[in-house]
Design a binder for this molecule. Sequence first.
Ligand code: COA
Length: 258
Amino acid sequence: MTEHIKIEAKSGVCTITLDRPEKKNALSHDMYGAMADAIINAELDASIKVIILTGSDNCFTSGNDLVDFLGAPPDLTADQRPPVGRFMYALLEAKKPVIAAVEGPAVGIGVTLLLHCDFVYAGKEAYFMTPFINLALPPEYASTLLLPRAIGDKKANEMLLLGQKISASEAAAIGLISDVTGTGSALKRAKEVASILAAKAPSAVRMTKQLLKDSPESAEDRMNRENALFAPRLQSEEFKESVTAFFEKRDPDYSNCS
Ligand code: COA
């Protein structure tokens, strides 16, 4: 339990609010733990159809609590997941739709977690920054996969290799977020979308979400699959005819190939 996370269940929607404005909603171990529990409970509660994640009026989150990072860094490889891991896996595995409402800065894991949400609405003063590189840290929780997929390699490089800040309007234009709202209206918009979703067939929503989230194979898996096809092709009649035709300076003739 922590006073820095507020949880409200109303009209089929569980709203999880970060409430540590004096530290710009920096995420402590206790806050991650409370958010993980809230998501897991919302998943188990049949009356809840949608989860909303939001922050304060002028700040979504400044990311991981840097004091915790220095004093009590999480062991991300431990068998027993630390609170941040419990939270990120709960979000990853959530079958119900998750909507984020962002005002002000979303920094570090505050952006990473948005990549795992199904909808993101942000007030027009919001901005997004993944400055891991400036802390000499690599990115985390699949952001190197999901961010380029969302916004393209070149923009992802600017965010992850340069730590560049993205405005709400640019974030919407490049596909990092669903839409920009007026300042202070992101949560209202998230609630409107939640009530639309809550009225839809729940299992169809879950099924559709699952299909949308199913990951295409990794680059490594794709390379392995390509290699499995490519190597035998080097022994094929079609390949031999193609190369022979090249050296003989003629068009290939595949008429004897089946
Ligand atoms: N962890 C711990 N404390 C944090 C924090 C964090 N991630 N981010 C901000 N704080 C604290 C500040 O130390 C300050 O505390 P103080 O009042 O005791 O001095 C307070 O929150 C307010 O922060 P401040 O920097 O003054 O607010 P701002 O509005 O000028 O800037 C941010 C907001 C989010 C842009 C800025 O705080 C920031 O860059 N924070 C660090 C972000 C970061 O590197 N996160 C980790 C990414 S992996």
